[in-house]
Design a protein. Structure first.
Length: 128
């Protein structure tokens, strides 16, 4: 694995650490470690900028899906300052993954995330 590819793997790992952070302090630290100060997160349900707003989106996901964790699905692929990877939201209780998506991130020179463009590939059907 090249040092460049390692940069993408590290960024994706920090990103998932933030999404899996337990508690406000851990979340604040994880978001700061993963994103630049003016970093953004955009998906079909959110379009936010800055650590506080990103943390709020993550907190809302935890409230909607208590007892679930995010995990990498497949490998991280990247070039230049851009990487892409799939992820799943997995039940800690039974291992089911009702939500899955694919994210494209851009990085700054230090490997922190400038932007996330998220896509939802699998979402639960209401009432199902």
């Amino acid at each position: 694995m090249s040092a460049t590819h390692d940069r993408y793997e590290t960024a994706a790992a920090r990103y998932l650490e933030a999404w899996n952070a337990d508690g406000a302090d851990a979340l604040t630290k994880a978001v700061a470690a993963a994103w630049t100060e003016d970093g953004s997160y955009t998906d079909p349900l959110a379009d936010v900028r800055g650590h506080e707003q990103i943390a709020a989106v993550i907190t809302a996901a935890h409230e909607q899906f208590p007892g679930f964790s995010f995990r990498l699905a497949g490998t991280v692929d990247g070039h230049h300052d851009t990487a892409r990877f799939g992820w799943e939201l997995v039940s800690d209780a039974d291992g089911s993954a009702p939500v899955a998506g694919f994210d494209v991130i851009t990085l700054d020179e230090d490997g922190r995330i400038r932007t996330v463009l998220g896509f939802l590939d699998r979402v639960p059907t209401p009432g199902a």
